[in-house]
Ligand binder design. Structure first.
Ligand SMILES: *Cc1c(COP(=O)(O)O)cnc(C)c1O
Length: 376
């Protein structure tokens, strides 16, 4: 058996190396490394894939979130609601912008932002909600859209972990995650479902005005060259990354399918084991792209299991070990720890197993066999 990796970028590269080399060579031969034709091409193809009017590529997923916030005419002290259980970027950009961060608890089954907690956190200063489609599973957008409408709030979807997931509304309408709210943001960090070979990100929206503003903001606030109308950022996706991503975009649905199959096999193998909870698998499989396959390990055994897995050469991840409200950088004495019952438990119970497009059945079976052996 091949050694098991948390993420196998090499295996995926080998499988499409021929195509990638041609794409990379073509950028090298034109030497238009910044804003070359490859960027425009990828932008158009991603627009079509997502069925969204505008995609604005940028330097990374964190910039994408910041640019989304910068486009919304917010003032210092305005409040932004997001999940307490997410990667730091989501909270970081809120604070960098001088806005007030309102963290809320999560749903026990999906690890996604809890709509009831969102409603409770709304005040007259609240301006936007940032749901994160964590681990590849859409947040409860039906309820979040309703709450946003009732309270005139903007929605920025952090889609860094769920590119390619489809959300189905109660009336049957389907939309790709990231295209439901006002603005969607994503990351092409190498380990994400659509990963570049370096940094990359994108913002998407159907709103013409916001799209134009975001494009200007990402380019030093200039529309016409050397005329700066806004204070912006320098945030670009470079042509090499765009060319690579354009090749990989064609495979994204296949990649996500293979992640789902691995997840189903993990869950099948682990059925009936008492001391763990397997991740929620939605009936409509299209709605989960398994960026991570995350278990909850009960009875305070998570850390012992982690040690055991390491000893058996099985990689794992703890996403995330500390809730944002307890991070040194984001801690605020006014925040009541009791608001985060589910998050506080999740950080002690979660463990993510290897998940990538090259995982074999043999590897999955080996991992679950060891896991069961430890827990029995
Ligand atoms: C990866 C990630 C980001 C940030 O993306 P970068 O490209 O690394 O800046 C933001 N939010 C979430 C939920 C992520 O997983």
């Amino acid at each position: 058996m091949k050694s098991i990796k948390m993420v196998d970028l090499n295996g995926q590269y080998e499988a499409i190396k021929g195509e990638l080399d041609i794409a990379i060579d073509s950028v090298m031969s034109t030497t238009s490394f910044i804003n070359g034709p490859a960027v425009k091409e990828f932008q158009n193809n991603l627009q079509e894939y997502l069925n969204v009017k505008h995609v604005i590529p940028c330097a990374n997923g964190t910039d994408a979130l910041q640019l989304a916030l910068m486009s919304l005419n917010l003032n210092p002290g305005d409040e932004i609601i997001t999940s307490n259980f997410t990667f730091a970027s989501t909270a970081e950009v809120v604070l960098l912008m001088g806005l007030r961060l309102k963290l809320v608890d999560i749903n026990e089954e999906t690890f996604n932002i809890d709509p009831i907690s969102v409603e409770r956190a709304i005040t007259s200063k609240t301006k936007a909600i940032i749901p994160v489609h964590l681990f590849g599973q859409p947040a409860d957008m039906e309820k979040i859209v309703k709450i946003a409408k009732q309270n005139k709030l903007k929605i920025i979807e952090d889609n860094a972990q769920a590119l390619g997931a489809t959300y189905t509304f109660n009336d049957g309408m389907k939309k790709k995650t990231g295209t439901i709210g006002d603005i969607g943001t994503t990351s092409f960090f190498p380990s994400k479902n659509l990963g570049a070979y370096g940094d990359g990100g994108a913002i998407y929206t159907d709103n013409d005005f916001l799209a134009k503003k975001i494009k200007i903001l990402a380019n030093h606030g200039m529309d016409k060259r050397y005329y700066h109308d806004l204070v912006g950022l320098n945030s670009r996706l470079d042509s090499l990354q765009a060319a690579i991503l354009d090749v990989k975009l064609k495979y994204l649905d296949g990649y996500n399918e293979s992640r789902r199959n691995s997840a189903l096999r993990y869950s099948d193998n682990l059925r009936g084991i008492d001391s763990l909870i397997t991740p929620n698998i939605p009936i409509d499989l299209q709605s989960h792209v398994f960026h991570q396959y995350t278990l909850r390990i009960l009875d305070s055994k998570r850390d012992l299991l982690a040690e055991y897995l390491a000893k058996n050469s099985i990689p794992f991840g703890i996403y995330y070990p500390v809730p944002l409200h307890k991070q040194k950088a984001y801690y605020s004495p006014e925040v009541d720890d009791k608001l985060f019952r589910v998050t506080n438990r999740a950080v002690q119970e979660v463990i993510s197993l290897p998940m990538h497009t090259e995982l074999t059945n043999e590897q999955i079976d080996y991992i679950t066999e060891k896991l069961i052996k430890f827990l029995n």
